[in-house]
Design a binder for this molecule. Structure first.
Ligand SMILES: [Zn+2]
Ligand SMILES: [Zn+2]
Length: 150
């Protein structure tokens, strides 16, 4: 995991370059995205911001996420049945492991994505623009719950 403080500083720098305003709401949001604990959805980020900034709207969250995505500062994961989840801690393509029971998403310490994309582009002649590598299963907690007697 990248240092959330460094990620936050990087995001602030990029937003300022683009003339983006840095309101207290937006700063609070950037803090959450820089850490991206558990790969939150826009709604989950909204829920966390709303506690401190009741006037924030979900549309503002989407707008900022979209801006960060254009800047390459957040990675969007599109997951069937789960929807969009975001990772601003590691904004570049990387594998994800997803629990099909509780929806937890984690990053394994394994990052061969650049090599895989290069090899696939070489084999197929495609110009690869983006990629997702997802692994689905049951997290350790859900496995234990499955085994516990009723
Ligand atoms: Zn689980
Ligand atoms: Zn991730």
């Amino acid at each position: 995991m990248a240092d959330p403080q460094k990620r936050l500083e990087q995001m602030i720098r990029r937003l300022k370059e683009k003339g983006g305003r840095l309101t207290p709401q937006r700063l609070a949001m950037l803090r959450i995205i820089a850490e991206s604990k558990g790969h939150p959805s826009a709604e989950q980020i909204f829920e966390q911001i709303k506690a401190d900034f009741p006037t924030t709207s979900l549309a503002t969250i989407y707008k900022t996420l979209s801006l960060l995505k254009d800047l390459g500062e957040v990675l969007e994961l599109n997951l069937a049945g789960v929807g969009s989840r975001f990772d601003g801690n590691k904004p570049y393509p990387h594998p994800h492991v997803i629990c099909t029971k509780c929806g937890q998403i984690i990053d394994p310490e394994f990052e061969p994505m650049a090599g895989i994309s290069r090899e696939i582009a070489r084999q197929t002649g495609y110009k690869i623009t983006h990629e997702q590598l997802n692994f689905f299963g049951l997290c350790p907690k859900c496995q234990q719950e499955g085994q516990a007697p009723e």
